[in-house]
Structure formats: structure tokens, C-alpha cells
Design a protein around this ligand. Sequence first.
Ligand code: TXA
Ligand code: MG
Length: 341
Amino acid sequence: MVRVVRATPVELAAAVQALRDGELVAFPTETVYGLGAHAAYPAALRRVFELKGRPTTHPLIVHIDSLRYLTRWAREVPDAATRLAEHFWPGPLTLVLPRAENVHRLVTGGQDTVAVRVPSHPMAQQLLTAFGGGIAAPSANRYGRLSPTRAEHVREEFGAAVRVVLDGGDCKLGLESTIVACLDGKVQLLRPGAITLSQLERVVGEVVTETSAQSPRVPGSSGAHYAPNTPLSVVSSGELEGLVAALTASGMRIGVLALHPPMGTYRLTTWINGGQRPESYAHDLYAHLRTLDKAGCARILVQEVPADERWDAAYDRLHRAAASATELADGGDTVALGVSG
Ligand code: TXA
Ligand code: MG
């Protein structure tokens, strides 16, 4: 079935009007759904933080419809950033650059940098072009939770609190954009996504990956994040089935996200085979975790993904989700420290 992913003129007009009124608009991108606000309207930006329950120190990504508007947001665009933008935009790449003077501190989290991206989803493109300005948009989920990859996930999360939800179907990629900082003559990978390190290096040469005390702060990219409600653990392939057998034998209901079907028959187990292809695994990851979250399990076990850069984004999100579970188990409120959603 061919999915129509363009908004009707009526939907588009309603969305643009809502943004101009300072209301929030959820919209699809090729990565995940965003919760959009007029990026130059402080009251609208404040609403994003309130609705998500996100600390205001955690910056937002400004979405624009093309490279031509970049200098409205960034005071300096280094050569490396121009090359990356020309190569990967529109697409799942966010650039962190020195911010232009007028960018509101709610967008930047009070930092001297701004994150900008040009999404490729046709409906996001339509919205940005019709709106004609920047849309600040975090993923459309409550702070620390799983990002939405379908319009219905946004509805589940926020209900009627978001007046306009543009439905562009399933997000093509399913995991958030690759974030790259181009600052002080360095190119640094801050969050892995569908665009891999070697793809970046093919365009700009060396890309730094380790973070240091001087690195730009990426709240939401360190520590607990992207988590289902059910405690999640990542387990090695060798351990997986033994653990499932042992836990279910003790009467525990278990959810499993594996890379293959089960070898044995296990009672009390919801087993999802995420498959061996990194693209389709990433595409379905959040939806699978939502399914397992609703299955009434006491624990979710996720089989470790391969050590290969095409799996880096999934690896990153899974280990953050597992960190959330550990922090919750360790003492409750530490889950909210130093991260954003
Ligand atoms: O794919 C995506 O990037 C999605 C779609 C909606 O575009 N958006 C998204 O936004 O994932 P959010 O807010 O969930 O994650 C943005 C990340 C956060 O970890 C934030 O801390 C980081 O980008 N960020 C934003 N501005 C930054 C800045 N100036 N310096 C460093 N990190 C920044
Ligand atoms: Mg997020």
C-alpha cells in the first residue's frame, strides 16, 4: 500500500497558524516525530519544556527547510559544516554551531552554540516551507521516555495537549539524528544516528568521538534516557536464553528483544525478533520496546547488538535505556539528572 505522506492544504494551514499562535505542533521527520514550537517565540518554547517535563537547561534542535537559512541561526559556519550540510541535508544530521546573537536562550539551553537540522520528511519540509521560519523541536515524548515513531505514539503520550499532530506515517529511520559539533576547528560526533562515523569522515576527514570536559554539553546524550517503563537489561547472546529460562522458571513474565527467533519454548515470555539488519532493527526499535512495555512484563531483556558502526545508534539508545533501569533500581530520582528527552 502506498502511504500518502503529504499534508493537505487545510492541515498545513492549521499547523502554521498554531505555530504562529505560540501553540505546539507535532510533526513527522525521517528520524522520529518532533514536538515543534516557533523557535523565536519564547512562550511557545516554554510550553515545550512544560509539556515534556524537560529541564530548561537542555537545548532544542532548530529545524529549517534548507541550508539557505542556516546563517539566521549560526553566526559562523565553518567549511566542514558547509560540506556536511551540502552532503547530508536534507537528512538525519544535526549540526552544532556557534549561535547567532538573536537565538533565544531557551533554544540553546544558555550555551553559546545552537543545534540545527534540515529534515527530509516531505511533510516536515512542507511545514517548514509554509511556516517560513525555524521550528524548535525535541522528540515528541515526555522527558527520558521512548521517542515516537508514529503519530499514534504522540497521541498516547500527550493526548489533546497537542492541538495539531501531523500524521506522516511511520518514520523511515526510527532513531534520532546523528549530532555533530563543528566548533573550534574540530568536528566531533556527539550522538550516533543513521549517518555513521565513516560516512562523516568520508566528507570531512577526521571526526573526534571521545568527549572531554571541554566538549559541548549534550544533555540527553549522557546517562539515562530513551527508556521504557519496564526495567531493561542488555544481555550477551550467550547469556540470553539461559536467563530467559531461569527467570521464567521462577514465575517472572519476561519480554525479549532478540536478533533471532527463540531456540527453545519459553512460557511467560513475549519474544520479539528484531532481525539482523541494522536499518530495519533501528526502524522498529522504539515500537518494539513500546510493545514489550505494554506486555505486562517484569523485565525486558535485549540481546546485545553487533559491534559494527551500522549498529552504533541502536547500541547507544539501548545502553541508555539500560542505564535508566539501573539508576531507577539504585535510588529512584537519579534518573532525572543531567539528561534531556
Ligand atoms: O532526529 C532528531 O534529532 C529529532 C527530530 C525531532 O529532529 N530530535 C531530537 O531532539 O532528537 P531531542 O531534543 O530529543 O534531542 C536533541 C539533542 C539533545 O540531547 C540536546 O541536548 C542536544 O540535541 N542539543 C541540542 N542543542 C545542542 C547544543 N547547542 N549543543 C549540544 N547539544 C545540543
Ligand atoms: Mg529526545
